[in-house]
Design a protein around this ligand. Structure first.
Ligand code: DAS
Length: 323
């Protein structure tokens, strides 16, 4: 018998639409009325938050993380977390970076609210429970289950504003599938360093580069309270010429600057040796982070800084998605 804890945090999976199709939150989560019957699984539901996920903050992620840590001492065999999809990938990665990756922790959500025709919430919830209860899900890190696919928290991202197959893993694809007869894995993730934290720093920012980006956008972040900056750079990790000096000033003022790519597929790496090219930026002290998108790299930088990492130890922690 597997004991599964379901932590509910809100999001479309818990919401309803009115006759005009306007979706809003419910006082009571309709998921709690769904009947999940399985002879081998006992399910305990718990409402931790009731928020659209665009209202979820890193402080909320820490609340969820602490409740999951407690669950690990309460003999649960797995944890399912229902969550809004807009920031689901960030909460999932936050948990992946700060919790030991033994117990199956599976996040899920819905793209259609609970009373819409073709609602995907109950189906995704059931898939997430079955995944969390599978022995194959042990030691896989935090997982995201949506639309019959199993993705890693590290690489999954929301790719469509409304479609039920919105969660994709660029470059690598899902690591498993929820089949009609069972859970099937066909990839293993290279495990990463887990950094246990119980508090959070703030003021770690994210900017997306674009043609003609002015230096002022970077210069305005050169403040004593700024703890770090992630840039979704152009191509493999290059920046407009006008921004180079402002980036150098941030680095001179001991503000870590991390580079990822704004591209959907591929990884950031220093290739071009001219002002604003990746080799030039790396030579200046910019840290390249491979394989993560901007929001994920920001979560990782926030955790590294909150854990007190500095200088080379922070660069080593950030530079590779699997470090
Ligand atoms: N309501 C938005 C959110 O909470 C979207 C969703 O849940 O799918 O993220």
């Amino acid at each position: 018998m597997k004991k599964i804890l379901a932590l509910h945090t809100g999001g479309t999976i818990s919401m309803s639409a009115n006759d005009l199709g306007e979706v809003s939150t419910n006082e009571e989560n309709p998921l709690l009325d769904s009947r999940f019957i399985n002879d081998n699984i006992t399910l305990t539901n718990e409402t931790v938050l009731n928020k659209p996920s665009e209202h979820i903050t890193p402080a909320d992620m820490l609340i969820i993380q602490k409740r999951v840590k407690e669950a690990e001492t309460q003999a649960y065999d797995g944890v399912v977390i229902t969550h809004g999809t807009d920031t689901l990938e960030e909460t999932a990665y936050f948990l992946d970076l700060t919790l030991p990756n033994h117990l199956p922790i599976v996040l899920t959500g819905a793209m259609r609210s609970s009373n819409e025709i073709g609602s995907d919430g109950v189906y995704n919830f059931q898939s997430a429970i079955l995944t969390a209860a599978s022995d194959e899900s042990l030691d896989k890190g935090v997982l995201v289950v949506m639309n019959d696919e199993i993705h890693t928290a590290r690489y999954v991202t929301k790719t469509h504003t409304t479609n039920v197959d919105t969660f994709r893993t660029p470059t690598f694809g899902p690591i498993g599938l929820v089949g009609k007869r069972g859970i099937h894995y066909f990839q293993e993730l290279i495990q990463q360093t887990v950094v246990p934290i119980d508090h959070l720093k703030h003021n770690v920012y994210l900017l997306k580069a674009y043609a003609g980006m002015p230096a002022s956008l970077l210069a305005c972040l050169d403040q004593p309270e700024t703890n770090g900056l992630v840039i979704e750079g152009l191509g493999a990790g290059n920046m407009p010429l006008e921004t180079v000096q402002a980036i150098q000033q941030l680095l001179d003022d001991q503000i870590p600057v991390v580079m990822v790519s704004r591209c959907y597929n591929g990884v950031a790496e220093p290739i071009y040796d001219y002002p604003g090219g990746g080799i030039d930026l790396e030579r200046m002290g910019v840290t390249f982070c491979q394989g993560l998108n901007g929001p994920k790299a920001r979560i990782k930088l926030l955790i590294g800084i909150s854990a007190g990492l500095k200088g080379q130890s922070l660069r080593d922690y950030i530079s590779n998605a699997v470090s």
